[in-house]
Design a protein around this ligand. Sequence first.
Ligand SMILES: CC(C)(COP(=O)(O)OP(=O)(O)OC[C@H]1O[C@@H](n2cnc3c(N)ncnc32)[C@H](O)[C@@H]1OP(=O)(O)O)[C@@H](O)C(=O)NCCC(=O)NCCS
Length: 373
Amino acid sequence: MPQAVISGTGLYRPPHVITNAELVEAFNAYATAQNEKNAEAIARGEVAAMTMSSVEFIEKASGIKQRYVIEKAGVLDPARMYPRFEERPDDQLSLMAEIAVDASRQALAAAGRTGADIDAVYCSAANMQRAYPAMAVEIQAALGAGGYGFDMNVACSSATFAIEQAVNAVRAGSSKCVLVVNPEITSAHLEWRDRDCHFIFGDVCTATLVESADTAVAAEQWEVLGTKCATQFSNAIRNNFGFMNRAEDSDPLARDKTFRQEGRKVFKEVVPLAAAHIEQHLREMGFEPTQMRRFWLHQANLGMNQLILKKLVGAEPGGDLAPLVLDTFANTASAGSIIAFHEHRADLKPGDLGVVCSFGAGYSIGSVIVRRR
Ligand SMILES: CC(C)(COP(=O)(O)OP(=O)(O)OC[C@H]1O[C@@H](n2cnc3c(N)ncnc32)[C@H](O)[C@@H]1OP(=O)(O)O)[C@@H](O)C(=O)NCCC(=O)NCCS
């Protein structure tokens, strides 16, 4: 069976930054305006007054300091509070494909490959821009790739689950060079008007090239020793937007058609699940957590990552063992652990081991154990 390697990664970083201070200023202006508009109903006790957000809460509760977004003005406009994207004609590259192509070209360059070398494209993200044709097929065409493409969605675990599919395809011999790409335009499905979650997400796109070790030409290669995926149904993170909304006569702009979660519940339930998953996966592969040189963890919450690491290796997590990117990128859904892997692996030496692990809605947990060649 051919061995699979990760031969390159790429990262599209959006052009705009929103700091917590800018975000809170916009939110509080929106909340104040809402309270003024509803003053009489609030006085009658019919409507609850909106409470202000705070930079201190956001940083303390999450570790997030800023986020990147593709469009900033709409998000920060208190009269709008979501991004403003222009609808593109069908014959123009779609926005999601555009950022996917950018990240993918970087991954190809790192791997010493061109689009023509790709024989499968998996576009895997927490949301797709449209129902069909599959985003992956548009990306495949834009890159001049061969083979086939398909979309998949396992929310925050979309990237690791797609890497498992890519590794399996390479090992089975059906593909030699698979592109996994994760365009996460989270700004379009985040509820920026809800103080409990308005600070959580940022936009980004990551790409990972998975190849057969027999034919890979990259100077830097990461052997994939094993992958493990797990799901367990939960409604604690949910978004009801979908093609049935019209037929159900439900309001397509209602609160449940954007991201919502019970944050504290997610925190409490997912930390033990993720720690046990990683530990079990490592043991199945004959490793101890302390043998890992690095943990590239999902980037949702600083406290979650600290607890997971403490359960695994008993140590206070330092930046070196489990690097953080959520302070600058915020939660980027499936891309978070891949950004960490992309930005924080150059110092590892041949033979060094590490784990990429995602966790999130579903619940879903995916881990990928790698060794630098
Ligand atoms: C979302 C999250 C950061 C919230 O942190 P938390 O400590 O659980 O905070 P809570 O929601 O319990 O809120 C604590 C208090 O702060 C308040 N609060 C919430 N948002 C606030 C804001 N933006 N500004 C100020 N105060 C805020 C709450 O109203 C609550 O007040 P109360 O105690 O008077 O009721 C945290 O739960 C988390 O990250 N969970 C995991 C989420 C996750 O991984 N999701 C996956 C997404 S893909």
